[in-house]
Structures are given as C-alpha cells and as structure tokens.
Design a binder for this molecule. Structure first.
Ligand code: HEC
Ligand code: HEC
Length: 337
C-alpha cells in the first residue's frame, strides 16, 4: 500500500530527530534541530522544556506501579482507538493532532496543561483542572465522552501528561516555547478555490479527496480531516487560525513549515467549509447556537455560515456521526456558590 509506505518514510526523520532521549540532548541541540526544521528559535524570555521520553521513564526513580500507570496513559494517548465506542466515536487518536506522542513543540505539546492548571478557561467560563481539560478534547476532538473523572483511564492519561512536564515548576511565569499551534499572520484574503487545489495537490494523497483519511482494520493510518470520522464542530482545530497554525507547523507530515502562510490559511479555510459532526453545544437551532458561541469561538470558524460554492449552511443538521448522543453528561457548568 503506497500511502502507508510514504507515511513511514516521511515520519521517520522528523520524529526521530526531535524525540531523542531528553537526558542525552542539550537544550541548544534541541533548539538547533527545531530551527533546522524551520521553527522559530525561542525568544529571550521563553521557557524551553524537553519532555522526557518513554525510554527515560524506564530509568527514572519512580515507583514501579506509577511507571505502569504512566505507560498505560501513553498507550491510551497514542492508541485512543482502544476506547472506540465507549469514549471515542471517530477515527482520532490523541496523537493525531498532538504529534510526537504529545511532546512535539508547535504541535500543542500537552505537558503545559499539567503546570498551568487549575486555571480559568474562557471556553467553559470556570476554573478547570487537568482532568477537565483532557475531557474537553474527548468531547470535541474525539467526538466522544470523557472517561469518568477519577477512573483508571483518566488517572493514567493525566499521569502521562504530568510525567511529560517532569521538572517544570508549577504556574511558570515565562511564556512557554512552542505551546499550542501558533498561527502565521492572517493574509488579506482567503480563497476556497486555492485551498481546494492545494489540498488536492499536497494533502489528499494521505487524507483522501473527501478528507476521509485511511483506516486499516481497527487502526487509523491517516485521520479524517472532515466528515463523520473527524472531530466535531466544537473542537479547537475548527477555528481557522488554529487549523492554519497546525497545518503550517506540521503538515504535510514530515515537511513542517514547507507551505506558505497563504497556502496554510487557504487550506484551513477550505477545511472549515466542509461538514463534520454537530457541536455538542447545539441547541437544536444553528443560528441560536452560533449566537451563543460566536463571541468566543465560532467567530473564528465557518459554523452557521453559508458556503459560497453551493449555498449550504454549515452545521445546519443534527448529525452526531457515529456517536449516539449529542452532549456527554459530564459537560457541566461549575459555579462555586
Ligand atoms: C482534532 C485534533 C485534536 C485531537 C484529536 C486532540 N486534541 Fe488536544 N488539543 C487540540 C487543540 C486544537 C488544542 C488547543 C491548542 C491551543 O491552545 O491552541 C488542544 C489542547 C490540548 C491540551 C492543552 C494543552 C495546553 O497547552 O494547555 C491538552 C492537555 C490536550 N489537548 C489533550 C488531549 C488529549 C488527552 C487528547 C485525546 C483524548 C486530545 N487532546 C486530542 C486538538 C486536538
Ligand atoms: C504523508 C501523509 C500525510 C500528508 C501528505 C498530509 N498528512 Fe495530515 N496527517 C497525517 C498523519 C499520519 C496525521 C496524524 C499524525 C499521527 O497519527 O502521527 C495527520 C494529521 C493531520 C491533521 C489533524 C487530524 C485530522 O485529521 O484532522 C490535519 C488537520 C491534517 N493532518 C491536515 C493535513 C493537510 C492540510 C495536509 C496538506 C497540506 C496534510 N495533512 C498532509 C499524514 C499526512
């Protein structure tokens, strides 16, 4: 299978070079590798952290039972499909968006959550802890339902996040180098036609012409970029600037920073004009849902807007994909009254 072969060839060089065992890599070597790949060097005051690898875990001075739990968390993070039908209802693994097993800078490395939470989060208007942040990606990015708070799986995934943050002080005052999916500057004008052409030329070889990706048996080889097997409309990557940042910094796989800013934004705009499962915050009416979420979220996406090519109103449906419910009970407000 040609698509499988090309993935193996491309992913090798990039991930190997950035994922060298933390204890054998100096900060300068780490930064040099990243700048050679086209990423910016850290600004003077930024916090640079090299997350430890699973190899480092084996030699760490931790209780063997804790190591077992962290290994389980790693396994769930990189093969989240084992929770399919229970917590996950699309083709994603956590590592489909958080590349390098959640360690890669500029690919929303996940360890910052372990040292910056609990904190207030605008998306749900209250103070969240690490579990609730993880639950957010289950609810929207995995089009699913988070494992119970305090359950074995939730503990294991949290432990993996905290292991990756090993050695970083809580509530760091410096900004974190490579956090999130930093977006390039937004160009003056975005084009659906240019985005479509670029997607076909540079992305469809892996993600398919209809963004369906590639699944072999129970394994996702290439995740779906839209459609039922992708994230739902409430996921962070639905925001055009977040998608543009993800694409510029990470895609095509193995060739980060190879697209122009214009191409990255055009493709992100084209992707935001395709359908996906309904936002769990849906009230039954797309215009009303847009109104409720616009100020902080959907003003950055095409949700509730009319597609220029055929007049379709994006998100105007009650399709939840493979998931047999709209909103998991675990999404709740917290008031501290
Ligand atoms: C479809 C893409 C996608 C998938 C799949 C995904 N995430 Fe995320 N995740 C995001 C985006 C987008 C953000 C927000 C990045 C930003 O701040 O710009 C994020 C942020 C996070 C953060 C916060 C990082 C920080 O800097 O504080 C954590 C923790 C996290 N995700 C964990 C997970 C876990 C655990 C899973 C699997 C259950 C998962 N994610 C699956 C896209 C995804
Ligand atoms: C060589 C194969 C390959 C090419 C080409 C490629 N990708 Fe990907 N892409 C992947 C893989 C594999 C992942 C998941 C990462 C993982 O599991 O390690 C991914 C993840 C993604 C994701 C996050 C998950 C999802 O499905 O939404 C997006 C968005 C994405 N790619 C967009 C693009 C775009 C846009 C292009 C073209 C500029 C592109 N990709 C080119 C292989 C590829």
């Amino acid at each position: 299978m040609i698509r499988t072969l090309s993935y193996a060839a491309l992913s090798g060089t990039l991930l190997l070079s950035v994922n060298a065992s933390a204890k054998d890599t100096t900060t300068q070597q780490y930064i040099d590798t990243l700048t050679e790949l086209g990423y910016p060097a850290p600004k003077g005051n930024e916090l640079v952290h090299i997350p430890p690898t699973m190899e480092d875990l084996e030699s760490a001075k931790l209780h063997p039972e804790l190591k077992r739990v962290i290994r389980r968390g790693y396994d769930l993070f990189t093969n989240t499909q084992q929770l399919r039908g229970e917590n996950v209802f699309n083709n994603m693994n956590c590592s489909s968006c958080h590349l390098g097993e959640g360690r890669m800078p500029f690919s929303a490395p996940v360890w910052p959550a372990a040292v910056t939470l609990p904190n207030f989060r605008g998306k749900n208007d209250h103070v969240n802890n690490l579990e609730e942040r993880i639950a957010g990606c289950f609810t929207y990015s995995m089009n699913g339902k988070p494992p119970e708070y305090g359950s074995d799986n939730m503990l294991a995934i949290s432990a993996y996040h905290q292991w990756l943050a090993k050695g970083v002080a809580m509530y760091p005052e410096k900004p974190i180098y490579g956090r999130g999916f930093p977006a390039p500057d937004r160009p003056e004008e975005l084009s659906y036609a240019r985005g479509e052409a670029a997607f076909e030329e540079k992305c469809s070889v892996c993600h398919g012409n209809d963004g369906e990706g590639l699944r072999v048996g129970n394994e996702t080889v290439f995740p779906a970029t839209w459609g039922d097997m992708s994230n739902n409309w409430g996921a962070g990557i639905v925001r055009i600037f977040t998608a543009a940042g993800f694409i510029k910094n990470n895609m095509p796989l193995g060739q980060p920073n190879s697209l122009s800013d214009q191409e990255s934004w055009d493709i992100a705009y084209y992707m935001s004009n395709q359908e996906r499962p309904q936002d769990p915050r849906y009230t039954g009416d797309v215009a009303e849902t847009l109104k409720n979420t616009e100020a902080r979220f959907h003003k950055h996406s095409m949700y509730g807007q009319t597609r220029e090519t055929d007049g379709h109103v994006l998100g105007d449906h009650s399709n939840t994909g493979e998931k047999p419910f709209l909103k998991p009970d675990s999404i709740r407000s917290r008031t501290f009254e």
